[in-house]
Ligand binder design. Structure first.
Ligand code: ADP
Ligand code: MG
Length: 409
């Protein structure tokens, strides 16, 4: 693409941002980059940005700008309705085919699509509708007349069984994508785990997609996720499954090829987790300041020699421990800061092999830690009379940690 064309396109994108969507600027440079990439066309794009980051604009703006029709797949009628209402308020020609509309509405939409020059720019449909036999003739005509500009798959993590809201109907979107070979497919999600990403690329048969991501990877062999403890029926079982999956198959002598660390805030919880995991068949021992020095050394050695693959520790563990094959680091409690979290979770996968970092989030935890931080800040203020930036930073840093949980959860 030559520079002149690029510059013109950029100008048109900015113009549309203001004129149609009423925004003076993009929300973030990531949103801008993603929108530009989609608008340039010709390529599949995978957009991963946190909830609320403004993913919709990344396809709606290019859809408005382009000639032709954009089909948007979205999993829930309620989500579709929000988007449709919003676009209608902006005077964008948008319609939705779903099980809730009347026969008359459906007829009007289909008639427009069959027109020589359809007015509709964006057509929202549920995955069920996309697969239904009643939609196939329309699709056929649109494809044969080369009227489709983009195929958008919103909430694309729904294709993945690893995701939290797997939708079997999403699996059939690969076939739909196959039938619209000329329109770039744009997949959007807030879920950043590697497994889900891989599933999206495979299921939707994305062709060398350009990926636009939230942040650069911390380390490419580490896969992060967050689990909401309060939503799990059995958190211990979840932790056990995570340990076993990350440790992988046992080798011929019955041992694992690596080991793992679970961080906990309190001693008693360390002890309890060791019992729960051992009871469920994963050898695990607690390590904390309440143990006698000799005991601590013993536990650490057993872990280093991989006789006991899982160590459950308060944060006093890990300084100076340099073990290459740590396959996972789980945090049973949220960390106080992003920096601390990265340092602790970064003990996984020093050998460069795939490793997993999981954080268990709970509101009780959040409230307790936030309370402790506030107390600490208040104490400092009392002592010094004023607060330094670095004191206030404790809270900001914890907020960043919470934002991280929200993004990956
Ligand atoms: P996501 O799908 O990533 O969760 P949405 O597309 O629903 O996010 O957008 C979230 C909010 O951000 C919406 O209220 C939207 O109007 C707003 N928004 C999007 N782009 C911009 C922008 N460039 N400037 C200001 N607000 C924006
Ligand atoms: Mg969205």
């Amino acid at each position: 693409m030559n520079d002149c064309f690029s510059a013109r396109l950029e100008g048109r994108v900015r113009g549309t941002l203001k004129k149609v969507f009423g925004f003076d600027s993009f929300k973030t440079s990531l949103q801008e980059r993603a929108t530009m990439t989609v608008a340039k066309g010709g390529k599949d794009v995978f957009i991963c940005m946190p909830t609320g980051a403004g993913k919709s604009l990344c396809y709606q703006l290019p859809a408005v700008l382009a000639s032709g029709i954009t089909i948007v797949i979205s999993p829930l009628i309620a989500l579709i309705q929000d988007q449709v209402d919003h676009l209608l308020s902006l005077n964008v020609k948008v319609s939705s085919l779903n099980s809730k509309i009347s026969a008359q509405e459906k007829k009007t939409i289909l008639a427009d699509l069959m027109n020589e020059k359809p007015k509709i720019k964006l057509l929202y449909i549920t995955p069920e509708m996309a697969a239904s036999s009643s939609f196939q003739p329309t699709l056929e005509v649109l494809v044969s007349r080369n009227l489709l500009t983009y195929l958008i798959v919103d909430e694309a993590h729904c294709v993945s069984q690893w995701g939290h809201d797997f939708r079997p109907d999403y699996l059939r979107l690969g076939a739909l994508r196959h039938r619209i070979p000329n329109a770039p497919c744009i997949a959007l999600t807030a879920t950043a785990t590697k497994r889900v990403q891989d599933d999206i690329v495979t299921s939707l048969k994305l062709r060398q997609p350009i990926a636009t991501f939230r942040t650069s990877c911390f380390r490419s062999n580490l896969f992060y996720d967050v689990q909401y403890k309060e939503l799990l029926t059995d958190p211990y079982e979840n932790l056990k499954d995570f340990c076993l999956k990350a440790l992988g198959q046992k080798n011929t002598s019955g041992g694992y090829l690596g080991c793992g660390i679970i961080y906990c805030r309190m001693r008693e919880v360390c002890e309890q987790l060791a019992i729960e995991l051992s009871y469920r068949g994963v050898k695990a021992k607690a390590y904390h300041a309440g143990l006698k020095a000799a005991e601590r050394t013993l536990v650490q050695n057993e872990w280093m020699e991989e006789k006991v693959p899982v160590i459950i520790a308060t944060i006093s563990f890990g300084m100076g421990v340099d073990k290459a094959n740590v396959r996972f680091v789980a945090h049973w409690n949220i960390a106080k800061s992003m920096a601390g979290y990265y340092q602790e979770s970064g003990r996984a996968g020093r050998d460069g092999m795939t490793s997993y970092c999981r954080l268990y989030y709970s509101r009780t935890d959040r409230d307790q830690i936030s309370f402790l931080i506030k107390k600490e800040i208040a104490k400092l203020q009392e002592k010094r009379g004023t607060l330094k930036e670095s004191d206030k930073a404790m809270m900001t840093d914890f907020d960043a940690m919470m934002a991280f949980c929200g993004e990956l959860g």
